[in-house]
Design a binder for this molecule. Sequence first.
Ligand SMILES: [Zn+2]
Length: 93
Amino acid sequence: MSRLLFWLALIFLVGFAIRSKIREAQKRQQPFNQPPPAGAGPAPGPAARQHGNAEIETMLQCAHCGVFYPASETVQARGRDYCSAAHAAMPPA
Ligand SMILES: [Zn+2]
């Protein structure tokens, strides 16, 4: 009987821990869904994005290896985007 109570308590604690972790993650994501505060200026356009906003950086996929990387680190060759100069020199996969 005590063994059953032990398992019930364990399951309850694990469930509570998981739920609080999920709630914590949701709380951290919320600010991104909200509009910027008044007086923050106009939303940054494509030109501003190139200077590197660490929070909303456009991600590109390498034409050779398929890895995703920040658009500011792109290496362009033959009209395609690559993650590095080494992959730009290789043919697309
Ligand atoms: Zn690559």
